[in-house]
Every structure is written in C-alpha cells, then in structure tokens.
Write a protein that binds this ligand. Structure first.
Ligand SMILES: [Zn+2]
Length: 360
C-alpha cells in the first residue's frame, strides 16, 4: 500500500476544490453531457475519496489508514500525478463545454433586434456575409448577374419575382370592354425632390395629391420613369412610361401608367430634368413645386388589371391603371433619360388567366 505525500494531498485538495467550484458553476449546463462514458473519478466521487484522507476535525491524516479506507480496486488506484492529470483533463472538458454552450446561446436569434452585427460570433459573421452575398454583393439590375431572371434568387425576399402568378408588366390584350368608373384626380402643385436611386429617376412628392377609385382614396407618393415602356398594348411598345405610385391608408397600391411617345417637349419633365442629381443615390431638393396634372393625357380612358411591382420584391396585389392615350416627350428629353438609363424595363410577364378590363 502506497501512501500519499503531504504535497500530493495538498495538490489534490486544491484541484478538488477547483473542480467542485467548476462543477457547481457549470452544473446545469453540464447536465446535457450526462451520457458521456464514465470517468475513473467523477466530480461527485471525488469528495468521498478526499474524505478518506481527512480526520473528523478536517485535518489531514498523517497516513492513509489501513482499516478505515480499504484499498480501492486495483484499476481505481491512481497516482497523485495521474489524478491531477485527470482533474486537469476534466476541467478542460468542462471549460470546453461551457464555451460550446455560450457559443450556442449567442447564435440563438434574438426576437427584438437581430441586428447584432456581423462580428457577434464567428458563425454569425458567416450568416451575415451569406446574406450580404445574396442581397448586397449581387444587387438587382436589368442585366448581368443581377438581371430579371435572377431577381427571385439573389434575395429570398424577392421570391414572388420567380413564383408569382400575377406579375407585371404584361402585354395588354384581349381586355373586356366595359363602362369603367373614371379615375377622379385631386392633383395640385406640391413640393418635390428628385432621386437617382440607381434603377431610375424617382420624384418623391409632398402630401396633397390623391386619386379616388370606386370611392376609395389613394395618395400619390412618388413617380418614376422606365425606358422603354414596360407594358405593351396589343404587342406594341412605347418609348417610355411614367409610373405614378399611389397608396391608400391600408398600404394598398395603385400604379397609374402614362405611356410616352416621342413628340413635343413636356414642361413638367423638363423641370425634373433640370434638377437631375449629378450622382447616383443623390437627392436634389428643388425650391419650387410641380403640378402632376401636366403629365396626364387629355383622354382618361384606361386599361386595368391586377399585377405586381415591376421591381424587386415584385409584391403582388397592385391595381394597375394604364391610360390608353400616350403623352409626348421630346427627342432631347428622352435622350437625356437614356444617357442615365438606356434600358430599365422588366421583361413582359405571363398574363394568362388574368382579367383585363378596358374603358369602352
Ligand atoms: Zn415602375
């Protein structure tokens, strides 16, 4: 029977205390690890083992007693060094387990604000950069990697661009001729700003403009341009189109489309071109007001159908009203837009199964 030296016993006590503290601190977290193969010395067994080395008053026994502590089975007999090794190993395992659990907790999505930032955790950083690759690195556009055929793939939020069945624009044909309620306009001069958003020139408008359709009021929020016109009528295309985007109190959208063909200059468009931003993503805030009545055709007969936004996320449930009569922009005015956006029209979408109405 070997005896433990005083140094070895001291080492044992210190490491055991450390182990007990660690076991208490990490107790509930470590519980998940209960299925691990049992170790020669577990944190629970250790205090008993140590008790055998103490007198009743807590002082260390000078020697290991022969009767009170029957020798453990040979395979349990450990040298102090090996015991210290195993304790160190166990503590390392506990530390590792704690780190694993902390990492798992950090990855759990936080409901309130998930904008923890890309540097929160290594794996979180990977997720963030995946998203960046989807929605930012490849930005949507009208050609190349971000082109219309890929809009639904570069960001899950754009799924409707791929899977939607009521998408815009369409080739307007085979409409049923009926008595359509006239659109009631309440347009007046308002303040505006001009934005080059990287996809088109957009004009944001101050409050005060609205239309009423079937008793429901929609406020004019912004309008923007496409070249060529996105929609076709019986297969025929147009030089440009102006989309006037209206929204009601519930967020329902009505887009009025004013087709444009080359002809006389339009004074309202000239005002907007005068304030074009010099750089993309810039906004110009002009001093005066504009009156959108100046961009509407004289004849207000129209086609109407249910469709979508023609840019990502291609949201559906948009009521489209396309005026039959086009307005005119001059060749120079069309040329100026073309310098900025030579082609910013989404291809024609399948209109199968959709009802199109047109003014009689
Ligand atoms: Zn548009």
């Amino acid at each position: 029977m070997r005896s433990l030296s005083a140094n070895a016993i001291q080492t044992l006590l210190i490491t055991a205390w450390l182990l007990t503290v660690t076991a208490i601190v990490s107790g509930p977290l470590h519980a998940a690890d209960e299925t691990e193969p049992s170790k020669p010395i577990t944190p629970d067994a250790l205090p008993n083992k140590l008790k055998n080395l103490e007198n009743a008053d807590g002082t260390l026994k000078p020697k290991a007693p022969t009767k009170a502590t029957p020798p453990p089975a040979a395979k349990d007999e450990l040298s102090p060094d090996e015991l210290a090794n195993r304790i160190a190993k166990k503590m390392a395992e506990l530390r590792k387990e704690n780190e694993r659990i902390k990492a798992a907790q950090a990855l759990t999505p936080k409901p309130a604000k998930s904008s923890a930032g890309p540097s929160a955790m290594p794996h979180g950083a990977n997720l963030a950069s995946d998203n960046a690759m989807l929605s930012h690195d490849v930005h949507w556009s009208y050609d190349g990697d971000g082109g219309p055929m890929r809009w639904g793939k570069i960001d899950p939020a754009n799924a409707k661009c791929d899977t939607g069945e009521r998408q815009s624009p369409i080739d307007i044909r085979d409409g049923i001729r009926v008595e359509l309620e006239p659109v009631v306009f309440d347009y007046k001069p308002v303040r505006f700003n001009v934005v080059d958003n990287g996809h088109t020139i957009q004009v944001n408008l101050g409050a005060g403009n609205s239309i009423t359709i079937l008793g429901r009021r929609y406020d004019l929020v912004q309008f923007h341009f496409h070249k060529p016109a996105e929609e076709r009528v019986n297969g025929a295309g147009f030089d440009m189109v102006v989309h006037l985007v209206h929204k009601d109190i519930d967020g329902k959208l009505v887009v009025l489309a004013v087709l444009v063909q080359q002809g006389k200059a339009n004074s309202l468009v000239q005002t907007i071109w005068n304030y074009l931003p010099l750089e993309k993503n810039d906004t110009v805030q002009p001093p005066g007001t504009i009156d959108l009545n100046q961009i509407l055709p004289v004849n207000r007969q129209y086609y109407t159908y249910m469709g979508s936004l023609t840019t990502p996320p291609c949201t559906e449930g948009v009521l489209w009203i396309v005026f039959k009569e086009p307005v005119e922009f001059s060749q120079d005015q069309i040329g100026i837009f073309s310098r900025l956006y030579p082609m910013n029209a989404r291809p024609i979408q399948n209109s199968a199964g959709r009802l199109i109405k047109e003014s009689n």
